[in-house]
Design a protein around this ligand. Structure first.
Ligand code: MCA
Ligand code: AMP
Length: 502
C-alpha cells in the first residue's frame, strides 16, 4: 500500500536540499526542511489521538507551518479542512459542527472564543500562530522528524472545502486524493511547470487557488515558491524579479497595473502569468499585454472541481475566454430544464466530468444529487458557451453568487441576517461593479410598514455574524422589491438600478 498524494507531491522530495519556500525575510526553507516539519506535525496529530479519516479544521494565518499542517494531514491520512481567517465565531461554529472535526487549530488570538465552541462539539483545540509558534509547533519540536506515512487509496478523502450555497447553508465539498493529484499532474503538463520555476505566491492558502493549484503544482515539479503572507503591492514589486511565474485573482492584476513601478522591464524575465477565480476583464488582459508584452493565461475552476478549463500555453490566449477543457475533463453546455446538450455558440449551463470532480457534499445526499448527475457530470451553476474554435466563454451565472476580490459571497447568507433585524420586512443582496474587487456587495432593505430600520445598528450586527469581506459596502432602503409573476425577486432590475451606487 501507499499514499499516492503524499508519495507523489511530498515524499519524492525527501532529502532534497533545494529551496521550496523563499520567505520575505530572506529565509529559505528547503524541501527536506519542510518534510521534517511535516513529519513532526504528523507525529503530534497522532499523539493527540487523531485517526485516519478524522477531520482537522484549521483557521490559521498563512505561514510555512500552516502549509506543513496540510502536508501532515495528507501524511497521517487525515481530512484537511482549511477555513478563511476572516470567518467569525458564528461561521466557524457551523463548520466545526457540520464537519464533525476532531481537532480545531486556530490562532492564539481566537483561542478564547473558539475553545468553548470546539468543546461543545467534542473537538480538541490547538494553536498555530501567524509567526509559526503555538501549542502545535511547540510539541512538534520535540517529535522525531520522520513519520511512517499512513496508507491511503486514491479514492480516500483528502480535504473538505466549504462552499456556500444558494440556500445560505455552506456545503462541505469532499475532495479525494485523486481529485487533487490528477489535477496537479494535468496542470504541470499544460502550463509547462518545471523544477526551475519560482512561483510568486501571494494568495491565501485556505482556498483551492492558493492551496491546491499553486502549491500542488509547485510540489509536483519540485520547484519553489516566494511565499508572501498576503497580497502586498510593495512586496510583489520587490519579489517579482526573483520569480518566474505568478498566479492571481484579477484584483492582483488590476492592482499591479495601477502602479507605474510595474513596468515592462520588471516583468520581462517572467515565464507565465495565470489568472482565475473570477472573470478577468478583456480590458485588463489588453492593458497587461500593452504594459508587459505578456498575455495573461486565464483558466476556470471551482472548489468542487479544481481546474476545468485553461487557455493554451503555446496557442492563442484569448481574452474574455477561459480556454479549452483540460485533458481528461469533459465539458458540455446544456439546456437547464431538460439537461439536453446544446450546439456550439449557444448559451446554456456548463457541466463538467472528469477525475477532478469531487465526491459530493458531506452528509448532504440531496444537495449532491441535484448538482452531481448519476453519470458523473457536475452542474457548475455557471452559464457559458463554446465557440466555433472550441474556446469556452463564461457569460454569467445561473446561481446567485457575488465574487469580490476572488472570494465567493452567497447573497442568501447575508439576506438571512438582514431579514432578522428589527424593522426589516425583507431584503435583497446584490453585487455591483467595483474597480478593485470586480464586484462588491450592496444590501437593499424593505422596511416593515411604518418602521425606519437603523442602518448603522444593522451594519454593527452584521459584524458579529459575518466575515468582513461579506459586509455590504452600502445598505439602502426601498419601498418594495421588484418581482416577476412567479413572485421571484428580479435581481437584474436591482442591479441595473443600483449599478453606480458605489
Ligand atoms: C479583503 N477585504 C475584502 C476582500 N479582501 N472585501 C471584499 N472582498 C475581498 N476579497 C476587506 C478587508 O478585510 C479590508 O477591510 C478591506 O476589504 C480592504 O482590504 P485590502 O487591504 O484592500 O484587501 P487585501 O487584504 O489586500 O485583500 C484583497 C485581496 C484578497 C488581495 C484581493 O481578498 C485576496 O487575496 N483574494 C484572493 C481570494 C482567493 O484566493 N480566491 C480563490 C478562491 P477593513 O478595511 O475593514 O479591514 S478559489 C476559487 O475561486 C476557484 C476554485 C478558482 O477558480 O480559483
Ligand atoms: P469557488 O466556489 O470559490 O470555487 O468559485 C468558483 C466560481 O468562480 C465558478 O463557479 C465561477 O463562477 C467563478 N470563476 C472561477 N474562475 C473563473 C474565471 N476565470 N472566469 C469567470 N468566473 C470564474
Amino acid at each position: 500500500m501507499t499514499n499516492p498524494l503524499y508519495d507523489r507531491l511530498f515524499g519524492i522530495h525527501a532529502s532534497k536540499t533545494t529551496p521550496f519556500l523563499h520567505l520575505q525575510n530572506g529565509e529559505v526553507i528547503t524541501h527536506d526542511d519542510f518534510l521534517s516539519t511535516t513529519a513532526q506535525l504528523a507525529n503530534v496529530l497522532v499523539q493527540i489521538g487523531l485517526k485516519p479519516g478524522d477531520r482537522l479544521a484549521a483557521q490559521v494565518h498563512k505561514s510555512p507551518q500552516a502549509l506543513a499542517l496540510y502536508a501532515a494531514c495528507v501524511q497521517a491520512g487525515l481530512i484537511f479542512l482549511p477555513l478563511n481567517i476572516a470567518y467569525t465565531v458564528d461561521e466557524l461554529s457551523y463548520f466545526i459542527e457540520n464537519s464533525g472535526a476532531s481537532l480545531v487549530v486556530c490562532d492564539k488570538a481566537n483561542e478564547e472564543k473558539l475553545r468553548p465552541v470546539a468543546g461543545q462539539f467534542g473537538a480538541k483545540l490547538q494553536t498555530l500562530n501567524a509567526d509559526g509558534g503555538g501549542s502545535l509547533t511547540t510539541q512538534a519540536k520535540t517529535m522525531p522528524a520522520t513519520f511512517a506515512t499512513v496508507d491511503r487509496d486514491r479514492n480516500d478523502l483528502a480535504a473538505f472545502l466549504y462552499t456556500s450555497g444558494t440556500t445560505g447553508r455552506s456545503k462541505g465539498a469532499m475532495l479525494t486524493q485523486d481529485n487533487l493529484l490528477s489535477n496537479a499532474e494535468t496542470l504541470v503538463d499544460y502550463w509547462k511547470f518545471t523544477a526551475d520555476d519560482v512561483l510568486l505566491h501571494a494568495l491565501p492558502i485556505f482556498h483551492t487557488h492558493g492551496l491546491f493549484v499553486a502549491t500542488n503544482v509547485t510540489l509536483a515539479t519540485g520547484g519553489s515558491m516566494i511565499f508572501l503572507p498576503k497580497f502586498d503591492l510593495e512586496a510583489m514589486l520587490e519579489m517579482m524579479p526573483k520569480a518566474t511565474s505568478m498566479m492571481g485573482v484579477p484584483t492582483f492584476y488590476t492592482r499591479l497595473l495601477g502602479d507605474d513601478r510595474f513596468t515592462h522591464d520588471l516583468a520581462a524575465h517572467m515565464r507565465l502569468f495565470i489568472s482565475g477565480s473570477a472573470p478577468l476583464l478583456a480590458e485588463t488582459h489588453v492593458q497587461f499585454e500593452n504594459r508587459t508584452g505578456h498575455r495573461i493565461l486565464e483558466r476556470y475552476g471551482m472548489t468542487e472541481t479544481n481546474m476545468n478549463t485553461s487557455n493554451p500555453y503555446d496557442g492563442e490566449r484569448r481574452a474574455g475566454t477561459v480556454g479549452f477543457p483540460l485533458p481528461g475533463v469533459e465539458l458540455k453546455i446544456t439546456e437547464a430544464s431538460t439537461g439536453a446538450e446544446l450546439p456550439p455558440n449557444t448559451v446554456g449551463q456548463i457541466e463538467v466530468r472528469g477525475p477532478n470532480v469531487f465526491k459530493g457534499y458531506w452528509q448532504m445526499p440531496e444537495k449532491t444529487a441535484t448538482e452531481l448527475r448519476e453519470d458523473g457530470f457536475f452542474i457548475t451553476g455557471d452559464l457559458g458557451k463554446v465557440d466555433e474554435d472550441g474556446y469556452v466563454h463564461i457569460v454569467g451565472r445561473n446561481k446567485d453568487l457575488i465574487i469580490s476580490g476572488g472570494y465567493n459571497i452567497y447573497p442568501k447568507e447575508i439576506e438571512l441576517v438582514l431579514d432578522d433585524q428589527p424593522g426589516v420586512l425583507e431584503s435583497a443582496v446584490i453585487g455591483v461593479p467595483h474597480s478593485d474587487f470586480g464586484e462588491t456587495v450592496i444590501g437593499i432593505i424593505v422596511p416593515e410598514l411604518g418602521k425606519t430600520p437603523d442602518l448603522d445598528a444593522i451594519m454593527a450586527s452584521l459584524k458579529t455574524s459575518l466575515a468582513r469581506f461579506k459586509h455590504p459596502q452600502k445598505l439602502l432602503l426601498i419601498d418594495e422589491l421588484p418581482r416577476n409573476t412567479m413572485g421571484k425577486v428580479q435581481k437584474n432590475i436591482l442591479r441595473e438600478k443600483f449599478n453606480e451606487v458605489v
